[in-house]
Design a binder for this molecule. Structure first.
Ligand SMILES: Cc1cc2nc3c(=O)[nH]c(=O)nc-3n(C[C@H](O)[C@H](O)[C@H](O)COP(=O)(O)OP(=O)(O)OC[C@H]3O[C@@H](n4cnc5c(N)ncnc54)[C@H](O)[C@@H]3O)c2cc1C
Length: 483
C-alpha cells in the first residue's frame, strides 16, 4: 500500500513527487509511457512567463508568479538550464494601443515586476530585427526561457534520489474507492493500492477526476504547432509575443536555452487527445505570424516541426485541490500554459494539500540538490583534456551537430532514471536534436544503447513500445533473398 500514487510523470507529476519526497511517505509515480516527459511537458514553448496575461486573482496568476520567482533557485538546486531573458509583447496598430494598455494594467494588478511600455524607438534599440510595423510593446524583464526536458527530468531524478518509485509503461485504466483509499488497475490488471492519489494526467486528468467525483470536469486538447530553426545569432535576444487573443498568447518568436530559434504555437481544439501531428495550414500560420514580428527571420533554417496539446479545461483555470466528494483524491488538472512556469509552485501546493491530509513526518534524509549530466562544453580546454585522458569516451563525438560525446550518452543510460530509448537519450543529452535531426548519429547511438543496456540493436526503440528503430540486419536479409 502506497501513501501517495501520482498519475503522470510530466512536469506537474514530477514537481509534486519532488516536493512530496520532503516527507516520510511511500510514493509512486505511475506513467503510461516508457519515460518521464513524454507528452505535453516535452512539446511547448519553454517560456517562463511573467504572468502578465493571467486573470488577476486567479490560481493561474498566483502559480505563474510564484513559479516564475522560484525558477532561478530551482534551476540552481536541480541543475537545469534557465535564462531570464525578458519578453516583449508587440502592438502593431494605433487602434490596438488600448489593448496593450489594458494588458499592462493587468500586469500591474498581477504584480509582475518592472514591466513598462516601450515606444517604437526604444523597442528597435532593444531588438533591431523587430518589424518596423510594431509601434509599441510591453517589456517584461522577469520573463525567461527554460529547458522543458531538463527541468522535468531534474525534478524526477531528484524525487527518485529521495526515494520516490517510478513505474513506467503502466497505463491506469480504472480507479475504485476502498475503505483505506483507492485501488488503481492498469491495462494488465495489475492492482495498486494507495491512501491518496494525485491526478497529474495532463489531457486525461478529466477522465480520472470523473471516475471518482460527481462534479464533472471537461478537458479539450488545444493543439499548438511549432517550427524549430537552426542555431543562429542575432535574430532576437528576447521572447517576442504579439497581443494575445481569446485562444491564448499567440505566436511567438524566441531563442531557446540552447541557441535555436522557436516559432509558434497555433491554438486549435481537436478531439483526439493523443494526436500530435503538424499540419501544412498550421505551420503556414506560424511562419506568417513569425514574419510579422521579425520579417528577416530565415525560414530556410527550419530544422524540424512539432506540436503539443494544452490540457484546456472549460473554465480556463488550474484545478489544484482535493476533489469535494472524493477524499484524498487531489487534482492537478487543467494545467495548460503557464503550467511549465508554474510547476515549482504547483508541486509545493500539491504537497501542502497532501501533507495536510496525511500529516506525515519530515524526511530527515531529503536532499534538495541534484547534479545533471556532465556537460563537457562547460569545461575549460584543460579540464576537458584531463577528462578525456581519464575517460576517453568523452572524446568520442557521436552527435556531430550538437557535439555530444559517447560519455554523455553513457551517463544518460546509467542514471537513477535511465534513458531507455533514442528519444530518452535525446531529451537528456541533445544527441540527435541538431541540424541533421539524427541523420548521422542514429546508428552510432543505437550501438551505444544496445551495448550499455545489453540488448540487441533490434530491440532499441525510438520511444518504447513497438517503435523499434531497425527491423533486421541488411546482410541477413540479402542472404535470405539469395536462398
Ligand atoms: C503548445 C503549448 C505551448 C506551451 N507553452 C508553455 C510555455 O511556454 N510556458 C509554460 O509555462 N507552459 C507552457 N505550456 C503548458 C505546459 O507545457 C503544460 O502546462 C505542462 O507541460 C503540463 O504538464 P503536465 O505534467 O500537467 O502534463 P503532461 O506533460 O501531459 O503529463 C501528463 C502525464 O500523464 C500521463 N498519463 C496520462 N494518462 C495516463 C494513464 N492512463 N496512466 C498513466 N499515465 C498517464 C501522460 O503519459 C503524461 O506523461 C504549453 C503547452 C502547449 C501544449
Amino acid at each position: 500500500m502506497y501513501d501517495v500514487v501520482i498519475i503522470g510523470a510530466g512536469v506537474t507529476g514530477c514537481a509534486s513527487a519532488r516536493e512530496l519526497s520532503r516527507y516520510k511517505l511511500n510514493i509512486c509515480v505511475v506513467e503510461k509511457e516508457e519515460d518521464v516527459c513524454c507528452v505535453t511537458s516535452k512539446a511547448n514553448s519553454g517560456i517562463v512567463h511573467s504572468g502578465i496575461d493571467c486573470r488577476p486573482g486567479s490560481l493561474m496568476a498566483e502559480m505563474n508568479l510564484l513559479g516564475n520567482r522560484l525558477m532561478e533557485p530551482f534551476s540552481r538546486e536541480l541543475d537545469f538550464e534557465f535564462k531570464r531573458i525578458g519578453s516583449l509583447i508587440l502592438c502593431f496598430s494605433e487602434k490596438d494601443l488600448h489593448k496593450l494598455n489594458d494588458l499592462y494594467q493587468q500586469g500591474i494588478e498581477n504584480k509582475v515586476p518592472d514591466i513598462r511600455i516601450l515606444d517604437k524607438t526604444e523597442l528597435r534599440a532593444m531588438e533591431p530585427n523587430i518589424s518596423d510595423q510594431a509601434i509599441a510593446a510591453i517589456y517584461a524583464p522577469s520573463s525567461g526561457i527554460v529547458c522543458p526536458f531538463g527541468m522535468n527530468i531534474a525534478m524526477a531524478e531528484n524525487a527518485a534520489e529521495n526515494g520516490v518509485e517510478f513505474r513506467f509503461d503502466t497505463k491506469i485504466k480504472n480507479i475504485f474507492r476502498t475503505k483505506s483509499g483507492y485501488r488503481l488497475t492498469d491495462e494488465n490488471d495489475t492492482v495498486i493500492e494507495t491512501r491518496c492519489i494525485v491526478n497529474a494526467a495532463g489531457v486525461y486528468a478529466d477522465k480520472f477526476h470523473n471516475m471518482v467525483s460527481s462534479h464533472k470536469i471537461h478537458i479539450v486538447p488545444r493543439r499548438g504547432e511549432y517550427c524549430l530553426l537552426d542555431k543562429m545569432e542575432s535574430a532576437v535576444s528576447r521572447t517576442i509575443f504579439q497581443l494575445p487573443d481569446e485562444y491564448g498568447k499567440g505566436v511567438l518568436v524566441t531563442p531557446t536555452v540552447h541557441g535555436n530559434i522557436l516559432t509558434g504555437p497555433t491554438a486549435d481544439d481537436y478531439e483526439d487527445k493523443d494526436a500530435v501531428n503538424t499540419t501544412a495550414d498550421g505551420l503556414e500560420k506560424v511562419n506568417m505570424s513569425a514574419l510579422k514580428s521579425v520579417p528577416s527571420l530565415p525560414l530556410r533554417k527550419v530544422i524540424t516541426s512539432f506540436s503539443g496539446n494544452r490540457a484546456h479545461e472549460d473554465g480556463h483555470e488550474f484545478i489544484i485541490k482535493e476533489a469535494e466528494d472524493a477524499p484524498c483524491f487531489v487534482d492537478a488538472a487543467g494545467i495548460e500554459s503557464p503550467g511549465l512556469t508554474s510547476a515549482p509552485a504547483i508541486g509545493i501546493r500539491v504537497s501542502e494539500i497532501i501533507s495536510g491530509l496525511l500529516k506525515p513526518d519530515i524526511n530527515p534524509d531529503f536532499k534538495n540538490t541534484r547534479k545533471g549530466i556532465l556537460n563537457p562544453k562547460k569545461l575549460s580546454k584543460d579540464e576537458y583534456a584531463a577528462l578525456i585522458r581519464e575517460k576517453p569516451e568523452y572524446g568520442n563525438i557521436i552527435c556531430r551537430c550538437e557535439m555530444i560525446s559517447e560519455g554523455e550518452i553513457i551517463d544518460a543510460l546509467t542514471r537513477i532514471l535511465p534513458a531507455k530509448s533514442m528519444d530518452g537519450v535525446k531529451r537528456r543529452t541533445r544527441a540527435g536534436m541538431g541540424r541533421c535531426q539524427a541523420g548521422f548519429c542514429t546508428p552510432r547511438t543505437i550501438e551505444v544503447i544496445a551495448r550499455e543496456r545489453q540488448i540487441s540493436q533490434l530491440a532499441v526503440t525510438k520511444s518504447g513500445g513497438c517503435s523499434n528503430m531497425v527491423c533486421g540486419y541488411s546482410k541477413e536479409s540479402i542472404q535470405e533473398d539469395k536462398k
